[in-house]
Design a protein around this ligand. Sequence first.
Ligand code: NAP
Length: 325
Amino acid sequence: MSLRIEPAVKPLVCLLGGTGFVGGHLAAVLSAQGYRVRIPARRAVRHRALRVLPGVELVEADVLDTVALRALLQGCAAAINLVALLNEGGADRFQDVHVKLPRNLVKLCREAGVGRLLHMSALNADAARGPSRYLRSKGEGEDLAHQAEDLQVTSFRPSVIFGPDDHFFNRFACLLRVSPGFFPLACPQARFAPVFVGDVARAMLVALEDPRTIGRHYDLCGPHAYTLKELVEFTARTLGLRRCVIGLGRGLSRLQAAVMGHLPGRAFTQDNFLSLQVDAVCGGGFPAVFGITPSAVETLVPVYLGHRDQRGRLDEYRQRARHHY
Ligand SMILES: NC(=O)c1ccc[n+]([C@@H]2O[C@H](COP(=O)([O-])OP(=O)(O)OC[C@H]3O[C@@H](n4cnc5c(N)ncnc54)[C@H](OP(=O)(O)O)[C@@H]3O)[C@@H](O)[C@H]2O)c1
């Protein structure tokens, strides 16, 4: 008689914002660990690639719709909220996405018996003292997520996050490629400690499984801090471009935000300018509870921004980041 061992079936997790940059990486990590993952998408057809991940279910739904959100949470053991906007676009969008959604999510998690919530905030998010509407609304959402005492909540406060398809190095790479020999840069002295998306995803996985993280707020930073000017110069060097990065003073930085905030795509707005008035760096190292040695920008960014052929680049990236997936 042969002994049949059933594979352990891990619980169902609802991953709000799973179609985004961090969400795609976290979905891969959860799927690799055997979790079943339900990902809402406003336009599911755009994210069909997620369906190739084992255990991932893509559902066309708008998480701002209460009826849809209630249905999404049915049968889930945990919810993860990554949904956010960097630029407001229209009136009160930050309130809808960063404040009303977490409030509603907490209420509906309790109704549906979802006991665990991981909430993604941002470094310097602060409802009262945040310098920008983005950071104040993110702070308000984080506070709301932690208010329900019968829900087990952990929140994460990363500095800028990097990895293939990130919104930071890839965006500067595009701008540098089309710029002439010089590159005017707003807020050049703003400081960041970029954290690798694989480290963020792994920290969230650990938190999901480790009860010591319940009720905690974790700042997440990479191993080194840099000024924005240093990071943009590094990006240009990595691309093999000779660009003179010219740091703008406060007045010209504000002017650049005023102009770019009205251009299509709103690549840099007045609110972004205000967010950059406070350094996005951590006081201590990566939280010990996660057992992670964070990866450095210098190790991974050249692999995905570099000018090798696409296949070689991805293979090398996967090799270096192997321990994360
Ligand atoms: N990336 C960073 O450097 C960074 C730094 C600090 C904190 N964070 C935080 O990390 C989280 C994830 O960031 P990310 O870079 O992965 O963002 P992202 O790529 O822009 O993804 C955002 C996600 O939110 C969804 N979303 C936005 N508005 C929505 C709406 N009205 N209704 C439903 N879904 C909506 C998007 O869905 P669609 O695909 O339908 O648009 C997408 O899945 C956010 O909470 C962000 O504040 C990010």
